[in-house]
Design a protein around this ligand. Structure first.
Ligand code: ADP
Ligand code: MG
Length: 257
């Protein structure tokens, strides 16, 4: 489905992505994790060319995104959904209008766009709030509209850049549940940047660890943190062990207030 080779991007003297290789199979859910500044957003944004790569190739079903002219790129982008950290909804439009907008701009009739938007909003449990504007919705609801906007195109590939990172902790769960459902039913091939370790362990088919612009380790959730080879892998392992041991001992009532 997706095959990235030797991807490279520099901003001035900063090498953001350094000869990154990554493959994602059709229907697979791959979670990318790594410290802040390691190049996750730059990588994910280059896949739909929101950022232009300097070098490398990004093949989607053997078509190199980097080589596409404007017209072909527009068509390719219809196959790729993108969910932003900060939702990027238009405040003066209702939920359903936000979801319809891209479809109508892509040439679909209003009726057709409305039906698809309604179906997408139902998939994320937002069918009761289609006429609300973003300001009337919670952050979690806004992000679910953001997800519906991507889903409405029935994308083959969905890119997620820290979709829960700007949410109140109490609202993270409702978004993760929607994401888990999409992954479970293999609605699309998914490439997800997130710091939600429990989600990654529970939902990902594969976890990819990045450091300094490159992939340093990759594996299935049950194996990757058993005996990690990379520094970042060892750090995550320690974090997971810490979280598990502290929650377990708290639940067992062993902690003294
Ligand atoms: P991550 O998403 O893993 O936190 P990013 O891909 O956003 O990392 O950034 C990778 C590196 O590139 C960082 O050092 C960041 O400061 C730098 N960077 C990202 N975007 C730009 C930009 N538009 N201009 C200059 N530097 C950038
Ligand atoms: Mg980022």
């Amino acid at each position: 489905m997706l095959n990235i080779q030797n991807l490279y991007k520099q901003f001035g003297s900063i090498v953001a992505v350094n000869n990154l290789d990554l493959s994602v199979a059709p229907g697979e859910t791959v979670v990318i994790m790594g410290p802040s500044g390691c190049g996750k957003s730059t990588t994910i944004r280059m896949i739909n060319r929101l950022i232009e790569p300097d070098k490398g190739s990004i093949l989607i079903d053997s078509v190199d995104i980097i080589q596409l002219d404007d017209h072909s790129l527009r068509n390719m982008r219809k196959r790729i959904g993108y969910v932003f950290q900060h939702f990027n909804l238009i405040n003066r439009l209702t939920a359903v209008e936000n979801v319809m907008l891209g479809l109508v701009m892509g040439g679909q009739s209003k009726e057709e766009a409305y039906d698809k938007a309604l179906a997408a909003l139902s998939k994320v449990g937002m069918e009761q709030s289609i006429d609300q504007k973003p300001g009337q919705l919670s952050g979690g609801q806004q992000q679910r509209v953001g997800i519906a906007r991507a889903l409405a195109f029935e994308p083959e590939l969905m890119l997620w850049d820290e979709p829960t990172a700007s949410l109140d902790p109490m609202l993270v769960r409702e978004v993760l549940i929607v994401m888990e459902e999409l992954a479970k039913y293999r609605a699309a091939t998914m490439l997800v940047v997130t710091h939600e370790i429990a989600f990654a362990l529970h939902v990902a088919d594969r976890i990819v660890l990045m450091e300094k612009g490159a992939v340093v380790e990759s594996g299935i959730p049950s194996h990757i943190f058993v005996n990690p080879a990379s520094q970042v892998g060892r750090q995550y392992k320690e974090l997971i062990e810490y979280q598990l041991s502290t929650s377990a001992s708290t639940l067992a009532g062993k902690r003294i207030a």
